[in-house]
Design a protein around this ligand. Structure first.
Ligand SMILES: Nc1nc2c(ncn2[C@@H]2O[C@H](COP(=O)(O)OP(=O)(O)OP(=O)(O)O)[C@@H](O)[C@H]2O)c(=O)[nH]1
Ligand SMILES: [Mg+2]
Length: 182
């Protein structure tokens, strides 16, 4: 007898859509590449349009598929960009610890995203921590995160530091949020 007999769907995999956002060259594509393929490339090739990647994971005994949307870092809000965000369960908002201007835009990214994906979970990411940072981001980052009820991570797509943990935490937060029925 199959699962169907006891009222469970044959395929109970949970699909969650997440967006990876932030200014040009902060490392959005590199983060996804590290997480999905465990690879890194030093060359910079800007993302043209939008790329979607899938990755399966098991979280607290549940099978989850992340549908990861890699969206080019153009801060100008357009209707098209808004459409990409639709139906998202969460997002990473990434800045580059060597470029202060990329931090200054994180709230804009968060607001633009939440305007469309209401109730989605956020994680703020300080990326490129393998390099020396050029500004003191710690306190400011925690402040912003508090405002959005978000977690924070310090990652390096180059070394892989904290990348897997960031994705796992976003998945956990999405599942916890949804199970509260809000
Ligand atoms: N040292 C270091 N370099 C990184 C890291 N992450 C990304 N880079 C480099 O930064 C550059 C930009 O990375 P991308 O991943 O293409 O950035 P992006 O945010 O996808 O850029 P757009 O698609 O143009 O918006 C590339 O040269 C990467 O190799 C990191 O953690 N450490
Ligand atoms: Mg990219």
């Amino acid at each position: 007898m199959t699962n169907r007999g006891i009222g469970l769907p044959a395929n109970s995999r949970i699909l969650k859509k997440i967006c990876v956002l932030g200014d040009f060259a902060v490392g959005k594509t590199s983060m996804i590449r590290r997480y999905v393929l465990d690879e890194f490339d030093d060359r910079y090739i800007t993302t043209l349009g939008t790329k979607i990647t899938k990755k399966n994971m098991n979280l607290e005994g549940r099978d989850l598929t992340f549908q990861i949307w890699d969206i080019v870092g153009n801060i100008k809000f357009t209707k098209i960009q808004g459409q990409y965000y639709q139906g998202s369960d969460g997002a990473f908002i990434i800045f580059d610890v060597t470029r202060r201007d990329t931090f200054d835009n994180v709230s804009k990214w968060a607001d633009m995203f939440l305007e469309v994906a209401k109730g989605a979970r956020l994680i703020f990411i300080a990326n490129k921590v393998d390099l020396d940072s050029t500004f003191d981001f710690e306190a400011m980052m925690e402040d912003v995160a508090k405002r959005y009820n978000a977690a924070t991570f310090r990652t390096s797509a180059k070394t892989g530091a904290q990348v897997e943990d960031a994705f796992k935490t976003l998945g956990e937060r999405i599942l916890a949020h949804k199970s509260k029925g809000t």
